[in-house]
Design a protein. Sequence first.
Length: 186
Amino acid sequence: MTEQSTRTQKKRLRVRMLHQLPLIVVLVILWMLLWGNVSWLNLVTGLVLAIVVTRVFYLPPVDLTGRLHPWHLAVFVGNFAWQLVTASFLVAAQAFAKRPVSRNSVIAVQLYTRSDLIMTLTAIALSLIPGSLVLEADREKSILYLHVLNTPDTVAVEKARQQVLLIERRIVRALGSRDDLERVNA
């Protein structure tokens, strides 16, 4: 019985190491970039440091689906760039307007997906677009709380909520798993 449990523990450790491998590779690359040169010493110290960091500060592995749809990724990037430019002009216009912004809102948006990666990418995209800022993310319930500028009525609040869901949908179509796609399309 002890031998069986030892084998099971070793197998779990190998699986955990395999899930942490992309993180270890990124940490080693980051370490070498920070030092500014590629050498065997930097590679070995970066590898040792990355293994120590992943053991001491354990993070749950990010489930990468391996699915990338180039057309939907291009659509997301194009729409994101358009929103970035138009929102910048709108916020600038509000800043220079003679009358102040009538009302701002803090809204909660229930996302369709349960993926940490999709939730994080959605929050990053929303925070980069001027006029909105992610205040909090409830990981267990998949809810993003945002501060949104210039929402004078419930129609504007609902429009902001639909914009968040549209960004999530575009990210899921570009990178999401089949399960995420089913949830978004349902």
